[in-house]
Ligand binder design. Structure first.
Ligand code: 6R9
Length: 671
């Protein structure tokens, strides 16, 4: 692969011929990409779409029998008597950890690697299915000895280490409900989530490493959690040890705290899996929503596992014999739950689990790991791809990425330029890209290309998967076959959320009141084109109305970042006397370049040529960095606040809270 560093390519808006930049510019005019000729599917899918279209409920029943092992077969498939409280496979019983572990070991595949774990300082560890089954059984018994049983909530606050998989599966084994909190959250956020979910036990770690430093997690947890009544016990993984914590092991409170390693070593190694009702709660996950109070999204056993397993195998076309899969998300997000833990393990696949950041010890660490483990399928987020673009193609170019056969993205709309960069620089032009649209609430991927089958259009998640029925409605609920509208799902699907934990009322109000109890309100706006392809525009509140024309922040952002000087952009609306709303763009330039008036004019012209004059940003604010949540989503709400001169709201959920102060200072300076 010969590519050129993009920084070398920019000359007054005209990329030099033969450079990567010129090639990306050229590709921006290509609307649709057929499945690459060299890509051969490993799993058949032909029959699924027709079967699902003919009878979705029967389709899901067939898949549930084919893909999952049941202790008690179900006789009813969907109970829709009391919408929106749907039940799937309700008289069936199964255990998720048995589906993820025992059945593979029983079939003689215990030696297969479940996780190739890569530590931040270069450590390597291979965890086989047999290893994980052993640890899961012991931990399950250990948790039982601490009084955890069916229906009890167990908090999990762990970094990306193999114990996090054992912790989740141990809960599933004994019917406990896990509540994983992203390891990057502050202990106060952990406390809030433990409190609202009545967690009885918390599994955490002595310390967590990040980019060469060690955070004393247990000490910080202690400082917050002290007075929490419901929390009876804390289990502590000794991941970093005394030396990394300044000489002393993590503080332990006698009678309450127990070392994970001691608990596991002392436990009975055999723990038969509990047969669970298909509708038994599996986990609660607090969503990174745009409102202040987090929503405790509740998923149950059978339908969730079916959704995760079916979509994992279909969308990532996984052959567990030969593929090496890597999802770079954190297990603390739904993507980690469904596509690091449950989908891959239920399928018996081999994954990479990486502890660290993409830019430590150097910007090429991801590509180094892909080369080392010969990763075949890689799944990441657009924001990460844009960061890699900013660092430059020289980092991936240092490594052999020819093992890759399929690439995926998730989390936000991907702008065509990042899509094309991913396609060319990482995928070498030969890997299909699956842009997967879904949510914490949906449990599993809903709209996505099927690799090898669906022609892709950069920026579109393409078409719904079999058995999934998205639709567009106008503001007043009229169906739209083409154009822009509010995205809904018209029929229940197995992996849908069942409720918000202990808050049925908010569940109904949030998702099933605007268009009635049988129509799921997604919260995103979308466009459907003449080919029936879905283009997710963004959250409903991210749509900007300029002079009566609806524009999406994502669309304008995409146009801005298509300019070769731009690394990243976020667009928000600002109230405007003339046009109702006006567009404000926060822009980070590539290569640390500083913005000037000429660049402002150039960017405005650029947007005008790409979308139209009315999409031109009224203001462009140069930003060294943009405010992002820890999962990498740009917090436009905060940008609206600074743009409109309001006091800064809560910035504690930001990955880097100082970003906002820097932006506010910049705006004050500009007057
Ligand atoms: C899986 C996940 C859900 C929201 C969703 C939408 C946005 C996710 C997307 C996408 C465009 C994609 N989103 N995937 N937008 N294209 N491929 O991210 O779950 O954290 O709950 O976020 O993310 O706005 O509504 P979650």
């Amino acid at each position: 692969m010969t590519t050129t560093d993009q920084a070398g390519a920019s000359r007054a808006g005209e990329p030099e011929a033969g450079t990567l930049e010129a090639e990306l510019e050229r590709l921006l005019s290509v609307e649709s990409f057929d499945p690459p000729a060299g890509f051969t599917r490993r799993r058949p899918v032909e029959a699924d779409a027709a079967a699902a279209a003919a009878d979705p409920v029967a389709f899901w029943a067939d898949k549930a029998r084919e893909l999952l092992d049941w202790d008690t077969p179900f006789t009813t498939v969907l109970n829709d008597a009391n919408p929106p409280f749907y039940k799937w496979f309700e008289d069936g019983e199964l255990n998720i950890s048995a589906n993820c572990l025992d059945r593979h070991v029983a079939a003689g595949r215990g030696d297969r690697v479940a996780f190739h774990w890569a530590g931040e300082e270069g450590e390597r560890r291979a965890v086989t299915y047999a290893d994980l089954l052993d640890e899961t059984q012991r931990l399950a018994n250990g948790l039982r000895s601490l009084g955890v049983g069916r229906g009890d909530v167990v908090g999990i606050f762990l970094p990306m280490i193999p114990q996090v998989a054992a912790a989740m599966l141990a809960c599933a084994r004994i019917g406990a409900v896990h509540n994983v909190v992203f390891g990057g959250f502050a202990p106060s956020a952990v406390k809030e989530r433990m409190e609202v979910s009545d967690a009885k036990v918390l599994i955490t770690v002595d310390g967590a490493r990040r980019k060469g430093r060690t955070a004393p997690v247990k000490a910080a947890v202690d400082a917050e959690m002290g007075d929490l009544k419901s929390l009876e016990r804390i289990v502590v993984v000794e991941a970093v040890g005394a030396a990394a914590l300044g000489g002393a092991r993590a503080p332990m409170t006698p009678g309450r705290d127990v070392w994970y390693e001691e608990l596991v070593a002392a436990a009975d190694p055999v723990c038969p899996p509990e047969p669970m009702s298909a509708e038994a709660p599996l986990f609660i996950l607090y969503s990174s929503g745009s409102t202040a109070k987090p929503k405790g999204i509740l998923h149950t056993t059978g339908g969730y596992l079916l959704g995760a397993t079916y979509t994992y195998q279909t969308v990532f076309d996984i052959d567990p014999e030969s593929d090496v899969y890597w999802c770079s998300a954190d297990v603390g997000w739904i993507t980690g739950h469904s596509y690091i833990i449950y989908g891959p393990l239920s399928s018996g696949a081999t994954s990479v689990m990486y502890e660290g950041a993409p830019d430590y010890p150097d910007f090429d660490v991801w590509w180094k790991l892909i080369d080392e483990y010969k990763v075949t399928v890689f799944y990441t987020a657009p924001t990460a791809i844009r960061a890699c673009m900013k660092w430059g193609a020289q980092y991936p170019d240092r490594h052999d990425l020819s093992s890759l056969r399929l690439l995926g993205t998730v989390g936000e709309p991907i702008n065509p330029k990042a899509w094309l960069w991913y396609h060319k620089v990482i995928g070498g032009g030969r890997c299909p890209i699956v842009d997967t649209w879904w949510q914490t609430e949906t449990g599993a991927i809903m709209i996505s290309p099927i690799p090898g089958v669906t022609a892709t259009k950069p920026g579109s998640a393409t078409r719904p998967l079999p058995g999934i029925t998205p639709a567009l409605l106008t503001e007043d609920g009229q169906p739209l076959t083409e154009g822009t509208g509010v995205l809904v799902i018209t029929q229940p699907w197995p992996s849908m959320l069942r409720t918000l934990y202990k808050d049925d009322e908010r569940f109904v109000k949030t998702y099933f009141s605007r268009f009635g109890p049988t129509t799921y309100l997604v919260g995103d706006a979308a466009r459907v084109d003449a080919d029936g392809y879905f283009w997710i525009i963004g959250r409903i509140d991210d749509v900007i109305n300029v002079s009566g024309h609806r524009l999406s922040t994502a669309e304008v952002e995409s146009a801005i970042v298509a300019h070769e000087a731009v690394a990243e952009a976020a667009v928000v609306a600002q109230a405007d006397e003339q046009t109702g709303q006006a567009i404000v763009a926060f822009v980070t330039l590539a290569g640390g370049r500083a913005g000037d008036d000429a660049t402002v004019a150039e960017l405005r012209d650029h947007v005008a040529t790409r979308i139209g004059k009315l999409a031109r940003p009224k203001r462009i604010i140069w930003a060294e960095d943009l405010p992002k949540t820890r999962s990498g989503k740009i917090m436009r709400r905060l940008l609206r606040d600074v743009a409109e001169g309001r006091a800064l709201g809560d910035v504690t959920t930001l990955r880097d809270p100082t970003v906002m102060a820097a932006l506010a200072a910049k705006i004050a300076e500009a007057g």
